[in-house]
Design a binder for this molecule. Structure first.
Ligand code: NAP
Length: 314
C-alpha cells in the first residue's frame, strides 16, 4: 500500500512505515502545497500524512478515490474539513499529547522573551549601544504576583499554567466547560478584565475565529502582555497592531499569524513584539514522537484496526 507525505518529517515515522512494507512517497520540497498535489495524494494513495498548512476542504476531499486515512502532523486540525471527511468514510487523526510540553514551553519562552525585552535588548547589545548598567534600561514586566489568563485550559493550557505558577503568578482560565484543575474558571469578560498576561491555548474553530478583536482588546487592562501560540485567525491581526500601537498591549509574543505564512508588516517593525515562525512543537523529541504517532495511525487504519488518536467531529 502507498502512503503520501506532504513534507519531509523525521525519519522515525518514515522508517516505521517502510519497515511495515508501505511504499512511502514524500513531497520533498518547501513552500505551500498546491491543491493539485493534495488531490494527487488523496486520489492515488491509500493514506496521507498532511501538515497543518495543507488546506483539505470539501472540494479536495471530493476527489478521494482510495485514501482511507489523513494523519495530520499536528494536534490542531482546522485545516481539514472533518465533517466531510467523516461523511466520505475517511479517518482523520492528529498528534495530541506528544507535543504538549514542547508547545507550552514555547509559550512560556515567548512570554518571558517578550515581557523581559530579550530580543530588543540583545539587538541593543550587539549594535554596540551598551554603555554600562542603567537603572532604567529595558524595564519589562515580571510574573511574580501577577494574574495570567489562560484561554483554553486543555492539554497545553494546563502545562503552561503549571509553568507560570512556578513563577509565582496567579492563574485564571476560560474554557467552555469546567476543567479538572485547581485554578478558577472565569467567564471570558472577567479573564479579559483581570489578566496582566493572556495566553491562548484553544483550537481554531468557527466560534473562536476572531475571538480577539478591538472589542476584546479594549476590555483588557492597560499594558497587558499577549501571547498566541494557538492559531493566528483567533486574533484579528490589524486590531492587535492597533492595540500594540496604542499601548493597550505592552508586549506580545506570537508564533502564529492570521494570514500565515504572511506576517503583517507593521508587526515586523515593532520592538515590543517577538515573532516566531510557528515552531511551537519544534523540539526533536516532540517531532519524532509526532512522526511515529502519525505513522502508527496510518498503519492501524490501513490494517483495518482502530486509529490511536482519531479526531472526532464536534
Ligand atoms: P486541547 O487539549 O483540546 O485543549 C483545547 C482547550 O480549549 C480545551 O480545554 C477546550 O475546552 C478549550 N476551548 C475550545 N474552544 C474554546 C473556546 N471557544 N473558548 C474557550 N476555550 C475553548 O488541545 P491542546 O492539545 O491543548 O492544543 C490546543 C491548540 O494549540 C491546538 O488546537 C492547536 O491549534 C494549538 N497548537 C499550536 C502549536 C504551535 O506549533 N504553535 C502546537 C500545538 C498546538 P472546552 O471544550 O471546555 O472549551
Amino acid at each position: 500500500m502507498k502512503v503520501f507525505i506532504t513534507k519531509r518529517i523525521p525519519d522515525t515515522g518514515i522508517q516505521f512505515l517502510r519497515n511495515k512494507g508501505y511504499e512511502v512517497v514524500i513531497r520533498d520540497r518547501g513552500g505551500l502545497i498546491s491543491a493539485e498535489e493534495i488531490v494527487h495524494g488523496i486520489r492515488d494513495f491509500d493514506g496521507m500524512i498532511s501538515m497543518l498548512s495543507d488546506p483539505i476542504g470539501a472540494d479536495v476531499l471530493a476527489e478521494v478515490k482510495k485514501c482511507r486515512i489523513i494523519a495530520n502532523y499536528a494536534v490542531g486540525t482546522n485545516n481539514i474539513d472533518i465533517k466531510t471527511a467523516k461523511k466520505l468514510g475517511i479517518t482523520v487523526t492528529n498528534t495530541p499529547d506528544v507535543l504538549t510540553e514542547a508547545t507550552a514551553e514555547l509559550a512560556m519562552t515567548l512570554l518571558l522573551t517578550a515581557s523581559r525585552r530579550v530580543v530588543a535588548g540583545d539587538r541593543f547589545a550587539r549594535e554596540g549601544n551598551f554603555q554600562g548598567w542603567e537603572p532604567l534600561l529595558f524595564l519589562g514586566k515580571g510574573l511574580d504576583g501577577k494574574t495570567v489568563g489562560v484561554v483554553g485550559m486543555g492539554r497545553i493550557g494546563r502545562v503552561f499554567a503549571r509553568m507560570v505558577s512556578g513563577f509565582k503568578a496567579h492563574v485564571i482560565y476560560h474554557s467552555r466547560t469546567k476543567q479538572d484543575v485547581s485554578y478558577p474558571l472565569v467567564d471570558f469578560d472577567t479573564l479579559l478584565k483581570e489578566s496582566d498576561f493572556i495566553s491562548l491555548h484553544l483550537p481554531l474553530a468557527l466560534e473562536s475565529r476572531h475571538m480577539f478583536t478591538e472589542h476584546q482588546f479594549n476590555k483588557m487592562k492597560n499594558g497587558v502582555v499577549f501571547i498566541n501560540t494557538a492559531r493566528g485567525p483567533i486574533v484579528r491581526e490589524k486590531d492587535l497592531v492597533a492595540a500594540l500601537n496604542s499601548g493597550k498591549i505592552s508586549f506580545a509574543g506570537l508564533d502564529v499569524y492570521e494570514f500565515e505564512p504572511e506576517i503583517t508588516e507593521e508587526l515586523k517593525k515593532m520592538d515590543n513584539v517577538v515573532l516566531l515562525p510557528h515552531i511551537g512543537s519544534a523540539t526533536e523529541k516532540a517531532r519524532n514522537h509526532m512522526a511515529i504517532l502519525a505513522a502508527r495511525n496510518i498503519d492501524a487504519v490501513l490494517k483495518g484496526e482502530a486509529p490511536l488518536t482519531a479526531v472526532q467531529v464536534e
